[in-house]
Write a protein that binds this ligand. Structure first.
Ligand code: PLP
Length: 424
């Protein structure tokens, strides 16, 4: 409980997340900035950053425009010179992107944010803009597959050295630091084995060595884990996941300090063009209005399913950061609220038994995506992690019978029924 007081932007909001067998009713501390900052986060996610047109619409307008017109040649010149505020071109920015960026900054407690066309564009640009030829990155071995491809196959072509370390072995991170190390990059919980990395410890090591910490916060979900309060410099999301929340569109976001985001990242994005569509920004802005409600329910359902699987025949292992049996339970308690919306488990047998189970499911859909209103299940070994060698999978604990489930918003009894009737 004491750790939750770190999450000081919540201001006495009650967050009902059932943890283990009790309700974790988190009476969270009042914000230190109460007078300046008069609304709770849930309220801010609905109202902050919104702009109304001359029509005074309730729901924000969609600005589907690539360009903008100027009232005079002088005005155009002044805008380009940066002497006059205003939009220039939607590759640079757009009102829907501005609105979403403002809400995301409120959500994360970050100074500034920039949006990208996908989560992978966010990962790539967050890494690429923090290193140059001759620099060194240390990254976790347990990462989303495309992140490993960027680190192992793309960045080394530009003279960037990369060391991949066992994600939760802090001593390996420390041992691998060199004079030219500029970035630590990891996810926590990791995909798909839900290992927990101690953000505070790694950030302390990074700070002592002048290294930037970049965290992919997708698996914990925003609001329920706030990496910047544990020392992260940059937080990235695949907004495709819980921020959209209904599996409609791709997007990404990079959040950090204004100096980095506005003076460096902005120009790279503006000139190279991985811009988010205004329509997708609008969808995601609407997603933020219900983010807290949705993730509360998804985390609660994940905990119930994790408990239920423990008692079910045909299941040999359940991995859930909210379970006391999880090897990094105490770290999860320190840095997350609840155990997260994803449950990983292993069925008895091998690939055949795992596939038989998947093929019997009706309600739960087989998909490599996550963070949807629909409950989705993945067989990582043959899909998301198929490019890893058998040894790499073995090191991470991914087997033929490992399954990853992302909880949706369906009635919990219906999800349980689908699992119970399908398990061998
Ligand atoms: C943890 C994590 N990071 C990044 C990504 C990439 O996001 P996107 O698919 O939006 O490019 C994903 C996508 O599946 C993911 O699960």
């Amino acid at each position: 409980m004491h750790l939750i007081s770190k999450f000081n932007i919540y201001k006495k909001s009650t967050i009902n997340i059932t943890n283990e067998n009790s309700v974790l009713s988190a009476e969270v501390e009042m914000s230190k900035n109460k007078s300046k900052d008069k609304h709770n986060i849930q309220t801010k996610l609905i109202h902050s950053g919104s702009q109304r047109s001359q029509n005074n619409e309730t729901s924000e307008a969609i600005y589907l425009t690539s360009g903008y017109v100027y009232n005079s040649a002088e005005e155009a010149e002044a805008r380009f010179k940066g002497e006059l505020d205003g939009y220039i071109y939607s590759r640079y920015s757009n009102p829907n992107l501005t609105m979403l960026e403002k809400k995301l900054c409120e959500m994360e407690g970050a100074e500034a944010a920039r949006l990208t066309s996908s989560g992978m564009a966010a990962v790539f640009w967050a890494l690429f803009t923090n290193v140059q030829s001759g620099d060194h990155i240390i990254a976790a071995d347990a990462l989303f597959g495309s992140c490993l491809s960027i680190l192992k196959d793309i960045l080394p072509n530009y003279g960037i050295e990369v060391t991949i370390v066992r994600a939760n072995k802090i001593e390996e991170w420390e041992k691998s630091i060199k004079k030219n190390t500029k970035v630590f990059f990891f996810e926590t919980p990791t995909n798909p084995m839900l290992e927990i990395i101690d953000m505070e410890k790694l950030s302390q090591i990074a700070k002592a060595n002048n290294i930037k910490v970049i965290i992919d916060n997708v698996f914990a979900t925003p609001l329920r884990q706030r990496p910047m309060e544990f020392g992260a410099d940059i937080v990235i999301y695949s907004a495709t996941k819980h921020i959209d929340g209904q599996g409609r569109c791709l997007g990404g976001v990079i959040l950090g300090d204004a100096e980095f985001i506005e003076n460096k990242l902005h120009d790279y994005l503006k000139h190279t063009g991985p811009a988010l569509s205004p329509f997708n920004a609008w969808i995601m802005m609407k997603g933020l209005e219900t983010l807290s409600l949705r993730t509360d329910r998804q985390i609660e359902s994940a905990r119930k399913i994790a408990d239920h699987l423990l008692d079910l025949g045909g299941i040999k292992e359940v991995i859930y950061p909210g379970h006391k049996s999880h090897p990094e339970y105490s770290i999860a308690q320190k840095q997350m609220i609840g155990g997260g919306p994803i449950v990983t488990f292993k069925v008895d047998g091998g690939k055949k038994e795992a596939f038989d189970f998947l093929n019997k499911l009706d309600l739960i859909k087989i998909s490599n995506n996550l963070g949807d209103a629909k409950t989705l299940i993945t067989h990582p070994k043959t899909t998301t992690h198929r490019n890893l060698s058998d040894t790499e999978c073995m090191n991470l604990g991914i087997t033929e019978c490992t399954l990853r489930m992302s909880l949706g918003l369906e009635d919990i009894d219906d999800i349980m029924f689908d699992i119970d009737k399908s398990i061998i």
